[in-house]
Write a protein that binds this ligand. Structure first.
Ligand code: SF4
Length: 928
């Protein structure tokens, strides 16, 4: 990369890691203490990489400077970069720093390279830069002064972002898919095409692909989809295995296949791998309009252009306004406007320390649809429309469920669905079909109906403003809107939590929340009171005064539901009448409003049902409880909760009944103990199939990996439970023994932080950087990118990392679990445990064991991702029950050892010492 043509200003640079701080100025690079580093940064803006991280390393939250990440986001919007010195060097093709003290010099070289890039006539992201810079100058962005002399004013005025983005086009409705039968030979041939003609034949993958083909057979009866449950170990080649029949079916039938995942990592992988199966040329030849593969996420993932416009025009001030400018730069170059896990760097939001990114997405259905000036360019609308014409839609479990239940148009309802990561469908259904009557939920509903009140800013509009034209045309509609507005004033408003905590609630719903809080505090015996965790109590034996208050809250909700239902009927009638003023855009807006009202009346209906049952006998289909949500002792929400005892029941109605073919697949679909005996009982139960009387086809293939040679499970028996210093010591020494490359999994954030605090500095001094969720000011996706990129880095985390991490190769060679991952003994868990015991007569332990084995299997699955990966899986548990060992693949060696012996094994395999085994008194585990 060329050097800047203007003389570089003498920018000093600072780098801080756990092992120290280095400052580079005119005198060269030297180590400095934290105090000196803070003073230097206060004196003059210093070059740094990731200011919030440097601030946290220096223990000085107010640190600011010339952050190279911000500059990178401006110069190269929508480009991927791992936000570490090494990642920066790679992105700019500079020499990677060999050690911490070489980093400040790299930062200077990177600043030079980036500033030079914008003087290069071939700078690909030039359009829009000059205009954005003028705004950034006004906002006093620290980089603005350095960029101004380097970015020339274009000769022709730059188009505004909102006029530059392309418009989506209306597509004709598609006919229903043809009924076809896929032949096994054709599936095998398509698979061979996808894997490459030279690829060696993998019989298990071929068998898997043929089994997957079963879901595409024409349906024989209503509400009877073809269902396939396919368990295939890591390395079987599942993705191409199901994409082969899916692409054949989509091609021959003209229909759409949905592939649903649970993690963003798999979505990214699918996006890459599906290109070969769904080439655009073939789709175009077949007369398809638009891209053959579309990724769809929930609305809350995408940039809302109207929110961005509002932010750019004064809705955001100070640092968030700078962020809005950088987001606008990105929006012009983004592939699809996806802000969460798409091409917006995950680190951008964390640089600004506020929830700014969330405020730019479309939260909670504020969209005004065709009433929005950017409707024809809207990223969300584009994705929704494209998915109706696509061959393959990649989505997540929650979105598939929501779309199946309430898609606006039939073409957007999934009918052929592959649930990859199928072991998560149960929990996705559990949250999708849950009801939560809480302060946070009700305050949102109030805002949606009433709009901004008091000093609130922003572009949010209430129902009356959104439907002003309806109100002026239709008296009954106007009355319904006015009644809804009036009724919504009984809902909690801003400041509700403080009023409730101070004992001064306002209105029937706040009264209910205050009673709920009192009762939870009185009854909770979980032990969470002292630890500062959330508290809960079952919705049982409620006193007369609680029932009375609940009754008044129920009436208030009914008073809101009625006018909303009337309004929905008026809108329906209006669409049918088709008055003159109802042109295409107005119709689309009213249809949008009708959909939004529909799901809110359903939501309120769910709350009413929950309140209605409080005084009477419990409904065996549901589990109800009251909760006070807290984190680190700080209360943030209060409310009543309802879950289905079996969430697969509403799932079966909403998703399976309307589908023609469904596949659920995973490496851990059934329980390890059951797979060994060919018993699919729990996997079938958890698929929802029995609710429709469907008998799924089942398929199982073992992993082709050589676990006996490449993996070892070590159960460390001499780290006492609850002893934090011992736990930290074990983690620190294990990470040292493996030379980094460790993923540490915790079941409690408190313990994670305690361990991190004890070992991070020591490891860093040994050249082993340690990162942690819930500690480092970095989003989880970026943490995984950093971990993947540096084989000496280690990462500590909680649940989300247990199966959201796909790091093949040497970067991940050790997984350490702090203890057996017991399920949290919540009220919901207790109810399901009891139900399981009653149904199967097996005692509650079988239920718990299945959950633990699944968690162990998922965590173990992080370790060996390819045939050449090697590594250790360590559980720190003095009393690990042998019955849980079936969680691991059958041939994996398992040993119970002391920490010293485990260290020997881990270090031995790292140094290549052949078969470094534990001392002879440690016996190999015999499986039950
Ligand atoms: S159509 Fe809706 S989501 Fe899209 S930009 Fe406009 S308001 Fe935002």
């Amino acid at each position: 990369m060329a050097a800047s043509s203007l003389p570089s200003p003498p920018l000093a640079a600072i780098h801080a890691s756990h092992s120290g701080c280095w400052l580079r100025d005119l005198a060269g690079t030297r180590p400095v203490g934290k105090g000196e580093a803070i003073m230097a940064a206060a004196d003059t803006p210093l070059l740094m990489l990731n200011a919030p991280l440097v601030a946290s390393r220096l223990g000085y939250p107010d640190l600011s400077g010339l952050d190279l990440l911000e500059l990178f986001a401006f110069i190269h919007p929508a480009r991927f970069m791992v936000p570490t010195p090494k990642g920066l060097a790679q992105a700019l093709e500079l020499t990677e720093p060999a050690s911490d003290d070489a980093v400040p010099e790299l930062l200077q070289a990177a600043a030079d390279a980036l500033l030079a890039a914008c003087e290069d006539p071939a700078w690909p992201e030039r359009e829009g830069a000059w205009s954005a810079l003028q705004s950034l100058v006004r906002l006093r962005w620290p980089w603005a002064g350095l960029l101004t002399p380097r970015i020339a004013q274009p000769q022709r005025a730059e188009r505004w972002l909102f006029s530059r983005l392309p418009e989506w086009e209306e597509a004709p409705e598609r006919p229903q898919p043809a009924q076809i039968v896929l032949q096994d030979d054709a599936i095998t041939a398509r698979l061979a095409e996808l894997t490459g003609s030279g690829a060696e034949a993998r019989p298990a993958q071929q068998a898997y692909a043929r089994a997957a083909g079963g879901m595409f057979a024409p349906r024989g009866s209503q509400r009877q989809p073809h269902m396939v449950l396919a368990q295939a170990g890591t390395g079987t080649g599942k993705t191409f295995g199901y994409l082969a029949p899916a692409s054949l079916w989509a091609e021959q039938s003209g229909g759409t296949v949905w592939v649903s995942t649970y993690t963003k990592a798999l979505q990214r992988q699918l996006r890459r791998e599906s290109r070969a199966a769904f080439p655009p040329e073939r789709a175009a030849q077949a007369g398809r309009i638009g891209p053959p593969v579309v990724v769809r996420k929930g609305r809350e993932n995408y940039l809302c252009l109207l929110n961005l416009e509002d932010a750019l025009q004064g809705g955001f001030t100070g640092r968030p306004a700078i962020m809005a400018q950088l987001v606008a730069r990105w929006a012009a170059y983004s592939q699809d406007g996806d802000m969460i896990g798409g091409d917006l760097p995950g680190w951008l939001g964390t640089l600004f320390r506020k929830r700014g990114i969330t405020a730019l997405t479309d939260q909670r259905g504020e969209c005004v649809y065709a009433g929005c000036p950017h409707f024809r360019k809207c990223f969300i609308e584009r994705a929704a429309r494209a998915s109706a014409g696509a061959e393959l839609v990649i989505a997540n479990h929650a979105l598939v469920m929501i779309n199946a239940a309430r898609a606006r148009e039939p073409a957007q309802r999934p009918t052929r669905i592959v649930f990859d990561e199928g072991h998560h469908v149960f929990e996705a259904a559990d949250s999708t079909f849950a009801a939560a009557l809480t302060g946070a939920e009700t305050v949102e509903l109030r805002r949606w109906v009433i709009g901004p009140e008091g000093n609130q800013r922003g572009r949010r509009r209430g129902l009356a403003a959104r439907l002003a034209d309806v109100a002026s045309y239709d008296d009954e509609g106007a009355r319904a809107i006015a009644d809804a507005r009036e009724a919504a004033s009984a809902l909690p408003g801003d400041g509700w939590l403080a009023r409730v905590v101070e004992g001064a609630p306002f209105g029937p719903l706040e009264d209910l929340l205050a009673e709920t809080r009192e009762l939870v505090l009185a009854r909770d015996e979980s032990g969470g009171q002292e630890a500062g965790y959330g508290l809960e109590t079952e919705a049982a034996q409620l006193g007369g005064s609680f029932i009375e208050v609940a009754g008044r809250a129920q009436e208030a909700l009914e008073a809101l539901r009625q006018p909303l239902m009337r309004l929905a009927l008026r809108l329906e009638a209006l669409i049918e009448d088709g008055p003159d003023w109802l042109d295409g855009p107005a119709r689309a807006r009213i249809e949008g409003a009708r959909g939004a009202i529909g799901w809110r009346t359903d939501l309120i209906g769910g709350w009413i049902a929950l309140l209605a049952r409080l005084g009477g006998p419990g409904d065996p289909e549901f589990v109800d409880w009251l909760a006070l949500e807290r984190s680190e002792g700080r209360e943030w929400d209060i409310g009543l909760h309802r879950r289905y005892l079996d969430p697969m029941k509403p799932f079966a109605e909403a998703v399976l009944a309307g589908a023609h073919g469904v596949m659920m697949t995973s490496a851990t679909l059934s329980d390890g103990a059951e797979t060994a005996s060919g018993d699919w009982t729990s996997a079938v139960e958890r698929s929802g199939a029995p609710h429709l009387g469907v008998r799924p086809q089942v398929f199982a293939a073992a992993s082709p990996f050589d676990y006996a040679r490449n993996a070892e499970v070590l159960i460390v028996t001499d780290v006492p439970k609850g002893d934090i210093p011992a736990l930290a010591n074990a983690y620190g020494r294990l990470i040292e023994a493996s030379g980094g490359g460790a993923l540490g999994l915790f079941t409690a954030i408190r313990r994670l932080r305690a361990v991190y605090g004890r070992i991070a500095d020591r490891l860093a001094r040994g050249g082993l950087p340690l990162f942690a969720q819930h500690v480092d000011p970095i989003d989880t996706g970026t943490l995984v990118d950093i971990f993947r990129d540096d084989p000496r880095a280690s990462l500590l985390g909680t649940d989300a990392l247990r199966d959201g991490v796909d790091v093949p190769g040497h970067s991940l060679r050790l997984v350490v679990m702090e203890q057996v991952p017991w399920p949290k003994p919540s009220i919901l868990h207790r109810a399901r445990r009891l139900a399981h015991a009653e149904k199967f007569g097996s005692g509650g332990q079988a239920h718990d064991d299945r959950i633990i084995r699944a968690r162990l299997a998922q965590a173990f699955g992080r370790l060996i991702r390819t045939g050449t990966d090697k590594g250790h899986f360590v559980v720190l548990s003095s009393a690990f029950p042998s019955r849980l060992l079936t969680a691991f693949p059958p041939d994996t060696p398992v040993r119970r050892v002391t920490l010293d012996a485990a260290l020997q094994s881990v270090a031995g395999s790292v140094s290549g010492a052949e078969g470094a085994r534990a001392p002879q008194d440690q016996t190999d585990e015999t499986r039950p």
